[in-house]
Write a protein that binds this ligand. Structure first.
Ligand SMILES: NC(=O)c1ccc[n+]([C@@H]2O[C@H](COP(=O)([O-])OP(=O)(O)OC[C@H]3O[C@@H](n4cnc5c(N)ncnc54)[C@H](O)[C@@H]3O)[C@@H](O)[C@H]2O)c1
Length: 316
């Protein structure tokens, strides 16, 4: 199969490309323009294992300006992961790139898809579309994002629906819940906390640290995305991709202390606007439709991220 992955140099995109290439019958085109919170050098490092691979083609182009039609020639599946992610920086003057890359770029891609028959177009959405909810959240819960980021991703979902309704673009929406593990973006909590700990600095905790998240290990997340392949009955579905465990930020800090064998000092800072106090995914639909079974414990996944970051920041 010929597969296009947008955002291929990103955290999830680079892992997904590697997983796809394990099947020798797949050819993968990765597109990315090195945009967003992660530095060029880290994104380039994400591509290290992919670039020498003969069945992988990397295209450094912006979806806002690229000539998309030739890129879609012969493509069977699109995994659209390109976006500006993150809640914290989506306020104020920073909103413009969120609107451009999360909405306009998607709209350009969907327009280009009208001329190219596809098997599936997978859109990477987020738990941020739900807002604050009590208990486990299933896909049919009311959608009330708390942040401008969440609004752009919800708009992305809506755009996908209208292109499916009017032009038959075969959409599948996956809503990811806080993904972590090696290559996690530097703006995300685990990366930031582990880096501070490695550098023997106080760990910045936004709010009181009691906020909890459904944490999804990257290996589990990528298996769920991969499982969409070859399942035409998924077209039109929206599926939550959550993890094996939920935990508070303070619990995560204690796991980091266990893994490193060192006590951390904490620096409490203001709560972040737009963040819910908890997220909790009902993943019964993913279990049923994708045979999804997230297996990685938080401690094991965190230890893998810790090892990756120890090597990344060695000597700093
Ligand atoms: N990481 C998470 O926990 C998480 C949770 C929920 C949803 N998501 C969604 O998953 C997707 C991937 O997230 P990530 O954490 O890997 O982010 P990331 O920033 O690591 O990857 C996104 C990539 O998209 C690229 N990109 C952005 N706009 C582009 C454009 N116009 N043209 C070309 N490339 C462009 C960026 O350069 C970046 O490499 C995003 O859509 C995000 O909203 C992520």
């Amino acid at each position: 199969m010929k597969i296009l992955v947008t955002g291929a140099a990103g955290f999830i995109g680079s892992h997904l490309c590697e997983e796809l290439l394990k099947d020798k019958t797949h050819e993968v085109i990765g597109i990315d323009d090195f945009i967003g919170p992660t530095s060029f050098s880290l994104k380039f490092k994400n591509l290290e294992a992919l670039l020498p691979e003969k069945r992988f083609t990397f295209i450094k182009e912006n979806l806002l300006t690229a000539d998309l039609s030739p890129l879609l020639e012969g493509v069977d599946i699109i995994f659209h992961l390109a976006a500006i992610p993150g809640v914290r920086s989506s306020w104020g003057d920073h909103f413009h790139p969120y609107a451009a890359h999360n909405i306009q770029a998607l709209q350009r891609l969907l327009e280009a898809c009208r001329e190219h028959p596809l098997q599936t177009f997978v859109f990477a959405s987020t738990s941020s579309v739900y807002g604050e909810k009590q208990g486990k959240v299933s896909e049919n819960a009311a959608l009330s994002p708390l942040s401008p980021y969440g609004v752009t991703k919800l708009t992305g979902e809506k755009l996908c629906h209208v292109y499916q309704q009017s032009f038959g673009i075969p959409i599948v929406i996956l809503r990811f819940f806080t993904v972590y593990g090696p290559r996690q973006r530097p703006d995300m909590a685990f990366h930031r906390l582990i880096k501070q700990h490695l550098q023997q600095k106080p760990l910045t905790i936004f709010g009181n640290g009691q906020q909890s998240r459904d944490f999804t290990y990257i290996g589990d997340c990528v298996k769920a995305i991969y499982a969409v392949l070859g399942k035409p009955h998924l077209i039109g579905e929206t599926v939550n991709i959550g993890g094996a465990e939920r935990a508070s930020v303070l619990k995560v800090v204690s796991l980091i202390e266990d893994i490193s064998g060192k006590k951390a000092t904490l620096h409490f800072s203001d709560k972040i606007a737009g963040e819910p106090s908890k997220t909790w995914a009902d993943i019964s639909k993913a279990k049923q439709l994708l045979h999804y079974d997230p297996a990685t414990s938080l401690k094991d996944g965190l230890a893998n991220e810790f090892a990756y970051l120890s090597s990344l920041y060695q000597g700093e």
